[in-house]
Structure formats: C-alpha cells, structure tokens
Design a protein around this ligand. Structure first.
Ligand SMILES: C[S@@+](CC[C@H](N)C(=O)[O-])C[C@H]1O[C@@H](n2cnc3c(N)ncnc32)[C@H](O)[C@@H]1O
Length: 342
C-alpha cells in the first residue's frame, strides 16, 4: 500500500526541496527504537524547585497518578522550549496555518501542551491574525506540573500586556481520552512531540479527530532521529531490561507519521523534516539527565544498583564525547512535522 504525500526537508537555513511522493506504507513497521522525550538540556533545579517537586511527587507508596512522572520535567520545560523544540513548533503552526488559516479559527486545541510551547509559538506568530474576539485556545496535558507551567506563563504574559494569552484556558486530559470535550468543537488541533510517545497513538488521533469540526486541521510532530536518542539506545541495548519501552518506527520516519494520519482518516496530509539541536553544558551533566530524569529512562534506571547506573553513565559519556567532543556543545536531531485535514 502507498500513500500520496508532500515531503519537504527543511534545515535551519531554509527549505531544501518539496516533492509529491508516493510513500510505501507497512502497517507493522516496528523495529527500531525511538525513545522520545529526550529532549532536554537541563539545569540543576534550585532548592525552591526541588521543594515544589517534593510536594508534587507522590512518595507515600501510592501508585503515582498518570502524568505525575512528567511533573518534574515541567521544571525543565521552559529551558527546553527555548532550544530543541522551538524549530519543530514553529514549523507546526506555519504548516497548520497554510492548511487552514488561523484567521479562520473558531477554537484551537493544544494537546500534550507541556509548558505551552506550541501555543506560545502560535500566539507569537499568528496572534495578530486571530479573529476578534480571540477564539478559545485550550491547552491540555495529563501532568498537573505542565498545566501549572502554562497557567503561570499565561499570567505572566497577560500581566506584561500580551493581549492573546487571556484566551488560553487549561484542562487536564489524557490525549487518548478527551471526554468532556464536545464533538466538532475545534477548527485547529496541535500536538507537539506527544502523539508518538503515547501507549495508543491511534486512539489519541481518533479522539482529536472527534473534537475537530469537518474540515478542521491537525498538526503534530515526532522525532525522526537524534544523537540523544542514539545515546539512550546504546544504554538500553546494554541493559538487562532490553528497553521494554522500545517504540515502533511508525513514528520515526516521515512515511510512518504520514501513515499514522492516513490510518486515522485524515486527508490533505503534508509532512516536513525539521533539523534542530540540543545544547548541553557538560557531557556528564547531560548524560546524568538523560539516564535519570527523562520519564522513560528513569523507569528503567531507577531499579538499577548504584554501580550499574554509574557504569552506564560513564559509557554514555564516553560515547557522547565521540559524537560531540566539545563542551559546551550541541547534539543534533531531526523532527517530523505533519498536518492533515478531517
Ligand atoms: C515532549 S513534551 C512536549 C510538550 C509540548 N507539546 C512541546 O512541544 O514542547 C510531551 C508532553 O506530553 C505530555 N503527555 C505525555 N503523555 C500524555 C498523555 N497520555 N496525555 C496527555 N499528555 C501527555 C507530557 O506531560 C509532556 O508535557
């Protein structure tokens, strides 16, 4: 089976080429590994931030509520959004606008909103083009910590005189279950670097489609490849756990992402590859973050004895120094950004 798709490859410097291709589609295109959320160049949290995390983290022996593993990441989100995720987020809103102008929007959904990066890029680029009064913009995430970041951002922006952020509302939702949101209530839906990491991405796509109007548009992004994913892959291969959280390649290629949208029943699909980079200060700090902070890696390494974790960190640092010897420096990655219409 094949699908029609516009494929564009874009570098930070500009567009390289656009073409209409018929791409092969294999339904069970599973194999390689993609660990997603790998994202971030981190700073050590301050004592105040640690206190907040302590309050947010369930440490009573109860099962942590869904989303709580991401709460601590919320503290890193602002730094992250200034770096690695900005280029894909810009491209996402630009491509979405070209499919259906935000000037014609009636309501906009940002699902798996994190710290609100995609919403912030939408408002920065297209805020002045939005209809008056500003349509409802709903930012959703399953992590309380992320929702709080968006709320704080909204308060700050509004206090600084930004006229658009007062239209941003927040709600806690699992992207795979948007119950409480009416069918056909949004003209635009955005999902930056989230669908590919969900247990059931098709369910999330189908829920997003349900809440879109006929003719409404979806824009999403995923990681195709990156040096930080390669670093994590190396750790998982060496681990006894064999990285149970291994993901499928169905989201780590342009073809795969296009296929996901096709299967969910979207049309007019276009996809673009966006190169980006992840800055780091020191190899050691970055590898420690990678192995012990990112929710999926943490799930694996938190059960390891101290010695095993120390060895894995040393190995990862050595591999990273071969990849990118300088510190501070940058790791490179490529995201896939795709849009489609209901
Ligand atoms: C890599 S971050 C991306 C955040 C933001 N969209 C961006 O582009 O910067 C992934 C986000 O997805 C959220 N997330 C993960 N699983 C989710 C789920 N099942 N439902 C809703 N949000 C989820 C996480 O809490 C996190 O905020």
């Amino acid at each position: 089976m094949t699908v029609n798709c516009h494929v564009t490859r874009r570098h930070a410097s500009g567009r390289k080429h656009v073409c209409l291709r018929r791409l092969p589609y294999k339904l069970n295109d599973c194999a390689a590994f993609q660990v997603p959320y790998l994202i971030q160049h981190t700073l050590k949290p301050t004592k105040h931030q640690e206190d907040i995390v302590q309050k947010m983290t369930t440490n009573t022996g109860h099962v942590a509520p869904p989303g709580s593993a991401w709460d601590q990441m919320a503290l890193h989100m602002e730094r992250m959004t200034q770096t690695v995720s900005v280029a894909p987020a810009n491209e996402l809103v630009i491509k979405l606008n070209s499919l259906l102008s935000f000037g014609q929007s009636s309501a906009i959904l940002d699902t798996g909103c994190g710290g609100g990066l995609v919403t912030s890029r939408l408002l920065a680029i297209y805020g002045p083009n939005l209809p008056t009064p500003t349509p409802r913009i709903l930012a959703c995430d399953f992590s309380d910590g992320m929702i709080q970041q968006v709320q704080k951002r909204g308060q700050k922006e509004t206090a600084n005189g930004n006229p658009f952020w007062s239209a941003v509302e927040t709600e806690k939702h699992d992207a795979q279950d948007l119950h409480g949101i009416q069918d056909g209530s949004f003209s635009h839906a955005m999902g930056g670097l989230v669908f590919f990491m969900l247990p059931d991405p098709q369910k999330a796509l189908s829920e997003t489609k349900r809440v879109l109007k006929e003719g409404g548009v979806i824009g999403l992004s995923s990681w195709k490849t990156s040096q930080w994913i390669d670093l994590m892959y190396g750790v998982s291969k060496e681990s006894d756990d064999a990285m149970k959280a291994t993901l499928t390649t169905s989201w780590s290629s342009t073809e795969g992402v296009v296929n996901q949208l096709e299967v969910a029943g979207f049309r007019d699909i276009q996809a673009v590859e966006v190169d980006t980079s992840m800055p780091y200060d020191s190899h050691e700090e970055f590898c420690n973050f990678l192995l012990t902070q990112l929710p999926h890696m943490k799930k694996i390494t938190s059960t390891w004895p101290e010695e095993k974790l120390r060895r894995a960190e040393q190995d990862t640092v050595a591999r990273m120094k071969m990849m990118s010897p300088k510190a501070p420096g940058n790791l490179s990655g490529t995201a896939v950004v795709a849009v489609g219409r209901k």
